[in-house]
Design a protein around this ligand. Structure first.
Ligand code: ADP
Ligand code: TYD
Length: 220
């Protein structure tokens, strides 16, 4: 019924927001499904282990395909069925992550090609709203604990990589202002949660999320 996704660089605080929204919607009596990418199915979790394993040398295009394989399985096995049952699906990362990380971060493929590719991978599923939690690379690094995690291959990327990813996210938000809701991730966890909550309430009320921070505006 409703597909809501959270995006941002590692350590931006998006998983915290996805979890808080899920708890809130459940408390309000909604049926929800909260999933993270890559992951959420047995196959996708195994692909996740491959993708994050630091000892593996993964070529950029292979990386793109692996993230997408995990996503195709997740959509078919869990997201689509949950939507068909009328549930609210909250996804901690979705195909915008691939556009930002593999497309811009790794420089694998151009946005036009990726858009068509994502349509195939997701069976043309497009989020109703995407919350982009924006923080600078330094703040995100501090939130991740200061150092790149030794057991996460993706987090080993440097500041330049995260700058490219952030810029790509900003471009995506500018290209699709009705879908994206940009959030200033330097605000408190609760302040961010209140913004997300109000926006979702507006969507559920059929008002399209106006007045909070969606529809192309930002709360910054
Ligand atoms: P992500 O999913 O984007 O990697 P998390 O939600 O796991 O990020 O948050 C990373 C860390 O930052 C956690 O310790 C979390 O408690 C903290 N954090 C999340 N949001 C905020 C915020 N708005 N202000 C300060 N710390 C935050
Ligand atoms: P994870 O530990 O889930 O990080 P986070 O909490 O920041 O989401 O690891 C997922 C990593 O995979 C993260 O570095 C982002 C990266 N990623 C991509 O590069 N492309 C993708 O399509 C997805 C879904 C994730």
């Amino acid at each position: 019924m409703l597909l809501l996704t959270f995006e941002g660089i590692d350590g931006s605080g998006k998983s915290t927001q996805a979890r808080l929204l899920d708890e809130h919607l459940q408390a309000e009596g909604h049926e929800t499904l909260l999933v993270r990418e890559p992951g959420g199915t047995e196959l996708s979790e195994q692909v996740r282990s491959i993708l994050l394993e630091p000892s593996l040398n993964v070529q950029p295009f292979a990386e793109l395909l692996l993230f997408s394989a995990a996503r195709a399985q997740l959509v078919a096995e869990r997201i689509r069925p949950a939507l068909d049952e009328g549930h609210i699906v909250i996804c901690d990362r979705f195909y915008d992550s691939t556009t930002a990380y593999q497309g811009a971060g790794r420089g694998v493929a151009d946005p036009t090609w990726l858009r068509a590719f994502h349509r195939r991978v997701t069976d043309a599923l497009v989020p109703d709203r995407t919350y982009l939690v924006e923080v600078d690379a330094e703040t995100a690094r501090e939130r991740r604990g200061g150092e790149a995690s030794a057991d996460d291959r993706m987090e080993a990327a440097g500041a330049d990589f995260y700058e490219r990813v952030s810029a790509a996210y900003a471009e995506l938000a500018e290209d699709e202002p009705d879908r994206f809701c940009r959030l200033d991730g330097r605000r408190s966890i609760d302040a961010l949660h209140q913004s997300v909550r109000a926006d979702v309430a507006a969507i559920l009320d059929g008002r399209g999320g106006t007045g909070v921070s969606g529809t192309g505006s930002s709360d910054q």
